[in-house]
Design a protein around this ligand. Structure first.
Ligand code: SAM
Length: 238
């Protein structure tokens, strides 16, 4: 008998075709899909004719929701967790649930990731920027600690990546101006108006403002202008 399983399922970050065959099959097979927002996920489920019942699980879910999921697993049912977009647990709810289930049920259940879309990886994969190592900040805090993190991003000699909302992208780019860093903004990944804009912080901001495209979703990558990976590669093979 297979163990009851909590599946952590990545979903598309825009283009609904970015679903894996496995994700569709598992979402059809589990007894309940726990969603950050059931209405958002329903659009995806309808697209793939997935009729499984849904229930909400989000950042503000209380203890009773955690206990409900544990008791479903205890009674032998398998369930899935999805967020609104991308990979649960990556700047999205999921981490506390996984840790709670592990603590309560240990090896009596399986916790299985179903990999798929994540804005972080999609942005890095097509940016052409060294990513053999990088620091991911998720969302930067709005107030307390924000300046300290920008100081770190400006000074550290590693690729830095963070998520930003359209409300704060201008301010974020202003905080990086004069840093001498190469900024790459990946906007609206997998969607109609997907684009990568690179340059100094001032150039990127001017481009977004001029074209009136301070909207949508953004991943910001901060790197050095030197092409370190290429140099290292050449050195290794000389
Ligand atoms: N769990 C998601 C993942 O794996 O990428 C991230 C969720 S987080 C709440 C949402 C943020 O991710 C957005 O504010 C934006 O910074 C980034 N993001 C999500 N979808 C994106 C897209 N299509 N294009 C660019 N950035 C995106």
């Amino acid at each position: 008998m297979e163990k009851p399983t909590l599946y952590i399922v990545a979903t598309p970050i825009g283009n609904l075709e970015d679903m894996t065959y496995r994700a569709v099959r598992i979402l059809k097979e589990v007894s309940t899909i726990f969603c950050e927002d059931t209405r958002t996920t329903r659009v995806l489920l309808n697209r793939y004719d997935i009729k499984t019942s849904t229930a909400s699980f989000h950042a503000h879910s209380g203890d009773s929701k955690y206990e409900k999921i544990v008791s479903m697993l205890q009674s032998g049912l398998s369930v899935a967790l999805v967020s609104d977009a991308g990979t649960p647990g990556i700047s999205d709810p999921g981490t506390e649930l996984v840790s709670f289930v592990r603590e309560c049920l240990g090896s009596t259940v399986a916790i299985v990731p179903l990999p798929g879309a994540s804005a972080l990886v999609a942005a890095l994969s097509a940016a052409g920027i060294p990513s053999h190592e990088f620091i991911f900040f998720g969302f930067l805090p709005h107030k307390k600690g924000r300046k300290t993190l920008f100081d770190e991003i400006r000074s550290v000699d590693r690729t830095c990546v963070f998520y930003e909302s359209p409300h704060r992208i201008e301010k974020a780019l202003e905080s990086l101006s004069g840093s001498g860093k190469k900024i790459t903004v990946a906007r609206e990944l997998t969607k109609t108006f997907e684009e990568f804009v690179s340059g100094t912080a001032e150039e990127v901001l001017a481009s977004l403002v001029e074209r009136k495209v301070i909207r949508g979703e953004f991943v910001v990558i901060v790197s050095s202008f030197e092409k370190k990976v290429i140099n290292e590669y050449n050195n290794d093979h000389e």
